[in-house]
Design a protein around this ligand. Sequence first.
Ligand code: PLP
Length: 413
Amino acid sequence: MNNFIYKDQELYADDVSIRELAEQYGTPLYVYSKNHLKTQFEELTNAMAEVDPLICYSVKANSNASVIKTFLELGSGLDIVSGGELFRALRAGADPQKIVYAGVGKTEEEIKYALKENILFFTVESEAEAKRISDCASELDLTGRIAFRINPDVDPKTHKYISTGKKENKFGLDIERTITAYETASSLPNIEIAGIHMHIGSQLLSAKPFEEALTKVKELCVELKDKYPTFKHIDIGGGIGIQYKPEQEALSPKVYAEHVIPILKTLDLKVVMEPGRNLAGNAGILVSTVQYVKDNPFKKFIVIDAAMNDLIRPALYQAHHEILPIAENSETVFGDLVGPICESGDFLAADRDLPAVKQGDLLAAMSAGAYGFTMSSNYNSRPRPAEVMVDNDKAFIICERETFEDIIRKETL
Ligand SMILES: *Cc1c(COP(=O)(O)O)cnc(C)c1O
């Protein structure tokens, strides 16, 4: 499942003791395993080798510079969703010709930035956006390469907040509208039709919806390819699910590949992929220290120094994170694992068997490498945690803990 294992009853990331990291850098603390990032990337690359895809790591999953750089060193491209992510991508040394840019609300400023940097293509969510890209490109005397994002209306059977490929979602164009959208766009100045895009949702544990979506757009691709000589890419998005619970089976890249490759091979287009969670999710944990163990007549509360501002997934998606004690211990107590924030939604685990711990003990929320730190905030004026990258027996601080001064830096009195 991951690179976090017990050795002599103490949790390690590869060959580094989590306790020692907590003592050195304090808690709450994000810890990532570089080896896990690498093996995930390699596993996906190998599974998809037959179609030799351009894998564009989805930066929003974990946008730390060192994480991005780890993937760039393996030959990865990047999938971005904002000007800020483009800035991060370029700063980490990404080749703009391996950057694809998604999102329903790209501003003029963001579009111009990406045009000037000459990214591979924009994944476009509406005709109005194609028009805006054309206007910006004309003004700059550049060419905007675009791939419309199609909403194939399939049910990814995931949490409704991370489903994006159903007709009621805000993303993409419905298939019926696609041909005319391409016709409209192709008549616009300074636009080049680069391909087609889909991203149907996140944390899919079955490969069926991916296959279903591809089956739905297959004919369309053939038609578009005939019509537009520059139509060369099929971007199949991200969404490959990972294991969050011991009884859950991850969607293996191999099974995913078996479902999508037969269709992709018939299309003879350059395949682009945008995995995020699959690459980074199980590469990270959030380490915290128990502050209080509180009993009320109904329930036990374990109060830790990590909170919803550090890891919002449980509050936002009812997401499950395994909670492990740093000192191995099979004893459990039933209750909630909560943070110090003034919200009842501030929990990392609710109504569950939790490790029996006492004040000062260390706990880890597992599978926190994706949509963890990137979704963190300063709510309750809490400085964001530090991030550490473990590389075999070495550990590097890859983002320092914020200070109170950092939090108020931009404010005036
Ligand atoms: C978020 C996102 C991804 C990554 O999704 P994962 O489920 O993390 O693989 C890929 N493509 C687009 C367009 C996205 O918005």
